[in-house]
Design a binder for this molecule. Structure first.
Ligand SMILES: O=C(CO)COP(=O)(O)O
Length: 255
């Protein structure tokens, strides 16, 4: 098993639908500036809304912080009013794209099949997809967590998947209640097994992040779990101080 000391954690900020011009620029610059102290312990990615990508890309020039987006369309171009293609993201120096987030699965009715089509489009364009999976509180209470996640993994990821997975229990998102270290450890270890069984890739090659109410306070204990490849952060990524606090926790786990 991979040891915590040899890993480089991926710390991803998902700004969701937050950020106007001035505030986004200020936040991106502050993250870029503070990232200098984080050293090689972590790779930092911030995912602003589409409207801020171009400005944030400029603000991150020359920094170690990479740029991500929050969705893309499954087609390269065409009559898809209001949509954004993977090539359009690459054109703006975007390197990562979050796909299949539970908020899109729930509010935009995205299915596993659609998520897989988007993953293929993203990989073809040269983006690294960050594919989210997670169970509802009801699925958890009824004992269907592992089955639900297994189905999402096997149906949302192509057999030759080369991206990143994020385990985000829906009940933990925005609730202030992160899953426990034991829950995260057991679930992510299970997801590695599912990947090994269902995909044609070495499960160790797929990094699995945890997301759901991650803060600078609990980041070190989460990042110390050997199976965890990093974190996907919502609310706490909207302040440079708390996002960088999480990144510094990665540094502490490798010290
Ligand atoms: O959905 C999330 C990140 O994609 C998690 O959001 P919070 O960190 O606000 O719980």
């Amino acid at each position: 098993m991979q040891q915590a000391s040899s890993r480089r954690h991926l710390i991803v900020g998902n700004w969701k639908m937050n950020g106007l011009s001035a505030g986004s620029l200020e936040l991106a610059k502050a993250v870029a500036e503070g990232a200098r102290d984080v050293g090689p312990a972590a790779r930092l990615v911030i995912c602003p809304p589409f409207t801020q990508l171009a400005a944030v890309a400029k603000a991150l020039e020359g920094s170690k912080v990479q740029l991500g987006a929050q969705d893309c369309h499954q087609s390269p171009s065409g009559a898809h009013t209001g949509d954004i293609s993977a090539d359009m993201l690459v054109d703006l120096d975007v390197g990562f794209v979050i796909l299949g987030h539970s908020e899109r699965r729930q509010h935009h009715h995205e299915t596993d099949g659609l998520v897989q089509a988007k993953v293929k489009a993203a990989e073809k364009a040269g983006l690294t997809p960050i594919v989210c999976v997670g169970e509802t509180a009801q699925q958890r209470d009824e004992g269907h967590t592992l089955e639900t996640l297994g189905e999402q993994i096997s149906k949302s990821l192509p057999k030759d998947f080369s991206g990143v997975v994020a385990y985000e229990p829906i009940w933990a998102i925005g609730s202030g209640r992160s899953a426990s270290v034991k829950e995260i450890d057991e679930t992510i270890s299970h997801l590695h097994d599912v990947i090994g069984r269902h995909l044609d890739v070495d499960d160790k090659s797929v990094s699995i992040l945890y997301g759901g109410s991650v803060t600078a306070r609990d980041a070190a204990s989460i990042l110390s779990i050997p199976a965890v490849g990093g974190v996907l952060v919502g609310g706490a990524s909207l302040s440079a101080e708390s996002f960088l606090g999480i990144a510094r926790a990665a540094l502490a786990t490798t010290a």
